[in-house]
Design a protein around this ligand. Structure first.
Ligand code: PLP
Length: 429
């Protein structure tokens, strides 16, 4: 039997080697449904196995069936990064294995979480003094926000743009509210002139999933305030851009929102999962979620984060966000975001200059929507992805299939974007 220390060294060697070679692996898995399951045993082993055996199966069975999100040419959906500080933190988080459900259950978990969310609020130019905590995903943050909105005004409608993420409709359904889509203008931004008489909440998106459009938050905030309607801002992807002063306009008006979400696991170099949720009305969240069973009595003068969201058991996610913010520093984060925006603008300029191709939406951040004017763009995405060179996913915009390049991995270089453009042109030809 090898010692835990040997296995740990093997695991960290594996990670180092993987990160060094991931750029040479095919980005997207090409397996058929059921292919991996057919290779795995029917049941767990009766006797324990060696770590070596597990690592071997990871390499031989699992890796070929994985899509490599940490690949520098992963450009599908919203690209992200399992960064070095995040990887190191995840190891330590598992070793510590604390459950931060209440302050007493692990004081440091609560206090670090509140502190790191305050740090992040400052980095993004958000007001100090809001309550902020970490949920697993923006979908859960959405449920928390809409449940709070329902506490104030039950039985109404949730309004969001037709470009909003589907997690809005799903959360509305879960908390028993109706959902209505609002039309968008020619830049895919939510119109702000819809009636609010029956509204419980409005969800504005800063960086919609397909085109990264930014809804008119200042106008929506003014109308929601007048109507006493909860405004939740979904800045899951683009909110991270606000670490750069020149991109901070994207959060204009958000200081008047009731709640807001930014996902560091999207564009802030934090491994899955980590969704930062803030509210300026913590008392409403508390009224919505606080139930105190006898075995979890509250501690005087302490915050029990379980009282502000749907989860009881809570991972020590703040440790990884703390490591990421300290490892890069504000300057390092700004440099990465700026580079991604630069690469996206460069890519858009290549598309614009190339006959037969067009950019189809404004692209202020790191995602560009584009299409070949004649080709079947869906087939084109599949063809490029099948080369193993890059992962490009299609999207549907106003009934038309388009392509998206989503830049967001810290290892992506100009050459990766260029190779992908060349592959796209080759496949189209
Ligand atoms: N909001 C937006 C704008 C998104 O793009 C996404 C996912 O891509 C979500 C919310 C849902 O995020 P999560 O996967 O963290 O629930």
């Amino acid at each position: 039997m090898t010692s835990f220390g040997d296995d740990l060294a093997r695991a960290t060697d594996w990670v180092e080697d993987y990160l060094a070679r991931v750029g040479e692996l095919p980005v997207a898995a090409t397996v058929e449904p059921g292919e991996l399951r057919a290779q795995l045993p029917d049941a767990a082993p009766e006797q324990g196995e060696t770590f070596d055996a597990m690592l071997r199966d990871l390499d031989e069975l699992v890796l070929p069936a994985l899509t490599h999100w940490n690949h520098p040419r992963f450009f599908a959906w919203i690209a992200n990064t399992g960064s070095e500080p995040g990887i190191l933190a995840e190891l330590l988080i598992a070793a510590l294995n604390v459950n931060g459900m209440t302050w007493l259950s692990s004081p440091a978990a609560t206090e670090l979480e509140l502190t790191v969310l305050d740090w992040l609020a400052q980095l993004l130019g958000l007001p100090r003094g809001w309550h902020g905590h970490i949920e697993d995903t923006a979908s859960t943050s959405m449920i928390a926000a809409l449940a709070a909105a329902r506490t104030i005004r039950p039985g109404g409608v949730v309004y969001a743009s037709e470009q909003a993420n589907f997690s809005v409709e799903r959360a509305a359904r879960l908390v028993g509210l109706d959902f209505r889509k609002v039309e968008t203008d020619d830049a895919f931004r939510m119109r702000a002139d819809f009636p609010l008489d029956d509204a419980t909440a409005v969800v504005a998106t800063v960086g919609t999933t397909s085109t990264t459009s930014v809804d008119p938050v200042p106008e929506l905030a003014r109308r929601c305030e007048e109507a006493g309607v909860w405004l939740h801002v979904d800045a899951a992807y683009a909110g991270s851009a606000a670490v750069c002063p020149e991109l901070r306009w994207c959060l204009d008006g958000c200081e008047r929102a009731d709640s807001l979400v930014v996902n560091p696991h999207k564009w802030l170099f934090t491994p899955m999962d980590c969704s930062a949720f803030w509210t300026r009305r913590p008392e409403v969240l508390h009224e919505t979620f606080a139930l105190v069973p006898e075995y979890l009595a509250a501690t005087d003068a302490a915050v029990d984060i379980k009282d502000y969201g749907p989860a009881l058991g809570r991972r020590f996610r703040s440790l990884k966000l703390w490591f990421v913010l300290r490892w890069y520093g504000a300057e390092g984060l700004r440099a990465l975001i700026r580079e991604h925006v630069r690469l996206a603008q460069l890519f858009a300029s290549w598309v614009t200059a190339e006959p037969g191709w067009e950019v189809v939406a404004p692209h202020p951040f790191s995602i560009v929507c584009f299409r070949h004017v004649e080709a079947d763009n869906d087939a084109l995405a599949r063809a490029v992805t099948a080369t193993g060179e890059a992962f490009i996913a299609p999207a549907v915009l106003r009934g038309q299939t388009i392509l998206r390049i989503a830049i967001g991995n810290a290892a992506t270089r100009e050459d990766d974007v260029h190779r992908t453009w060349e592959a796209l042109k080759r496949c189209a030809a």
